[in-house]
Design a protein around this ligand. Structure first.
Ligand SMILES: [Zn+2]
Length: 91
């Protein structure tokens, strides 16, 4: 099964996924070289960052950043319209 949930990798690298989600990601990484490369790149970026060597930061793949942004937006927009509806209801 090929399921490239790239937006998850940032959370995965930060250790913010639940055990279940982490397992899903790791199972996918085991069979998807492309995603493995992305995660390795991200981990390398984070290590460099933690060492305070941000000038030497390797660039993240553009598509990865786009996927994360698209995901954040997809979650944020419905949230925002819910919030708006709640506000209007009070007026
Ligand atoms: Zn993949």
């Amino acid at each position: 099964m090929k399921l490239c949930d790239r937006w998850r990798y940032i959370f995965y690298c930060e250790g913010r996924l639940s055990a279940d989600e982490r397992e899903t990601v790791e199972a996918h990484l085991a069979e998807c070289a492309e995603c493995r490369r992305d995660v390795e790149m991200m981990q390398a970026t984070m290590t460099t960052f933690e060492r305070g060597e941000s000038e030497e930061l390797p660039p993240l793949p553009r598509e990865l950043v786009n996927a994360a942004v698209a995901h954040a937006r997809a979650q944020f927009v419905p949230l925002l319209s819910q919030l708006n509806a709640a506000l209007w209801a009070k007026l």
